[in-house]
Write a protein that binds this ligand. Structure first.
Ligand code: 13P
Length: 249
């Protein structure tokens, strides 16, 4: 039994229109209600276009929340196309994924930039899910541990509120590839992340993401030190997401 309340996070990425996205949210809502009360949390992170309507669907369902996939570091301003943490919160979001490798790589997000976003998210009352992870190149150079240390030290703002923070370990090479670190290697990295976080490491939820499926979820979540999962493609279908989430119990 994990010491911390576990959490299963669905990252829908840029998938889901109004009809299909809300149908998925409704189906997950039903599964949560049928199994209520859950001993763990479930968070759906749809595209920003669905934040409000998905929040309405899940409204009042115990253990189920909505999250954003990114936010700006300012509350408002002349930033065409961006969304602030305050806006996400206004639409019912309680969480926001920050520093995902797809944003670090495709949008050139730096650790310093992500730190500002975490500060803004926490100020708006959201829990930030900070993604960290090494590339295949880092792994081959045997520098995964040091890369993660740097990402954590530089992405966490000086005034970070640890009670509003979750760390997601997502090796870049495991995202969408169907390959994964061994459960032992995941456990080793989680332990490392806890040690970098110092005293707060014992209470902070640290989750794993990267090619999580119903088949491998039991192996990953067999380890009490792993506080949950961040799921991409397998979260786009309610039954497969549920077959993963229920191993958080
Ligand atoms: P996949 O589960 O599709 O590998 O994606 C993981 C991920 O990026 C979640 O944030």
């Amino acid at each position: 039994m994990s010491k911390r309340r576990r959490i299963a996070v669905a990252n829908w990425k840029m998938y889901g229109k109004l009809t299909s996205g809300l149908a998925l949210a409704r189906r997950i809502c039903t599964l949560v209600e049928e199994n209520s009360p859950l001993s763990y949390d479930v968070v759906l992170c749809p595209p920003a276009t669905l934040t409000w309507s998905a929040s309405e669907v899940i409204d009042g369902v115990y253990s189920l929340s909505i999250g954003g996939q990114d936010c700006h570091y300012e509350s408002y301003g002349p930033y065409t196309g961006d969304i602030s943490a305050a806006m996400l919160s206004d639409l019912g979001a309680k969480f926001v994924i920050l520093g995902h490798s797809e944003r670090r790589i495709a949008h050139g997000e730096t650790n310093a930039f992500i730190a500002r976003k975490i500060e803004a998210a926490q100020f708006a009352g959201l829990t930030a899910i900070l993604c960290v992870g090494e590339t295949a190149e880092d792994l081959n150079k045997d520098s995964a541990l040091s890369v993660i240390t740097t990402q954590l030290k530089e992405s966490l703002p000086a005034k970070v509120r640890m009670s509003q923070l979750i760390i997601a370990y997502e090796p870049v090479w495991a995202i969408g590839t169907g390959i994964q670190p061994s459960p032992e290697d995941i456990a080793k990295m989680h332990k490392h992340i806890r040690s970098v976080l110092g005293e707060s490491g014992e209470t902070t939820r640290i989750i794993y993401g990267g090619s999580v499926t119903p088949a491998n979820a039991p192996l990953i979540l067999a380890n009490d030190d792993i506080d949950g999962v961040l799921v991409g493609s397998a979260s786009l279908e309610a039954e497969s997401f549920w077959a993963i989430a229920e191993h958080c119990a």
